[in-house]
Ligand binder design. Structure first.
Ligand code: GLU
Length: 290
């Protein structure tokens, strides 16, 4: 049984880029005769805006996209995330870290390796073997014992990442007590029986970390398909951070046609049949019908 999902973070309204991921995940679910779930990824409460979940659901409804099951909110799932963290601690995959960002910068400067990756520092492993008398601030996943990871993307093909070298020991639970996206998404995808993750290509880079977590927690790995990004006038990918405009729900077919074009689907003129026509095209293009 196919189960897919769309997992928006309520940090801003959906924009043209988010609709591509939403539409693609919905079409893939329908093309497989499966279910499509909506999950509100509000695990990072510091970035979420009140009421934005409702705005997003109204936007999706305007495009004819409705969750096949009751919504799930990450903010209500601290207990399973904590259980997963404890499982990782018990199996030696997670360890406490007492470093502040400044400590990490200093350690990296010292070893001549100060390089940021998307603004994130590659953690040098300072607390891997003990806290050196510092109080624990956060929990990290140990990557130095992991070989480079290879995985298949249904659109991008062969992918690989050496997580230890390129990302380093990543955060599972932050100093402010917030669980990290990587842990929450892996626990939720498994708990909801997600068989296929269809999401924007900007998230492809997280997949190797998520597969490492799935393996460490003995959870199944879903299939992955990362969709093309929508670029703004400046050539940068649209994002809530760079102020992408909210989708125009007054003209849903125009917005859907735009998203469909990004996915290589043809323009539709009748709102009533648009989604059904695209399901047929999707089945043909991605050739993954049951
Ligand atoms: N919540 C993430 C976002 O809005 C998506 C996570 C995912 O699809 O894995 O960017």
């Amino acid at each position: 049984m196919y189960i897919g999902r769309f997992a928006p973070s309520p940090t801003g309204p959906l924009h043209a880029g988010s609709l591509v991921a939403a539409l693609a995940s919905w079409l893939d679910a329908r093309a497989h005769g499966g279910q499509w779930l909506v999950r509100i990824e509000d695990v990072d409460s510091t970035r979420c805006l009140p009421g934005m979940d409702q705005t997003i659901l109204q936007q999706l409804a305007a495009f004819g996209l409705h969750s096949d099951q009751p919504l799930r909110y990450q903010s209500r799932r601290a207990r399973p995330y904590q259980q997963a963290l404890e499982q990782l601690i018990a199996s030696g995959h997670a360890y406490p870290c007492g470093c502040s960002r400044r400590d990490i910068e200093l350690a990296l400067q010292h070893s001549g390796q100060l390089k940021a990756r998307h603004g994130e520092l590659v953690y040098p492993g300072t607390c891997r073997h003990g806290l050196h008398g510092k109080p624990a601030r956060a929990w990290r996943f140990r990557t130095d014992t992991q070989p480079p990871l290879h995985w298949q993307d249904r659109r991008l093909g062969d992918q690989s990442q050496d997580v230890a070298a390129e990302v380093g020991d990543f955060i599972l639970k932050r100093a402010d007590g917030c669980f990290a996206y990587q842990l929450a998404v892996v626990v939720d995808d498994a708990a909801q029986g997600i068989t296929d993750v269809v999401r924007g290509e900007d998230l492809a880079d997280n997949t190797a970390r998520q597969i490492l977590l799935q393996r460490a927690l003995h959870l199944p790995t879903p299939r992955y398909l990362h969709t093309p990004l929508v670029l703004g006038p400046n050539g940068e990918k649209l994002s809530k951070q760079n102020g992408a405009r909210a989708l125009d729900t007054q003209h849903p077919l125009a917005a859907l046609n735009h998203a469909a074009a990004v996915l290589g689907l043809t323009e539709q003129h009748e709102p009533a049949d648009a989604l059904a026509n695209w399901v047929a095209q999707w089945q043909y293009l991605y050739n993954h019908a049951p």
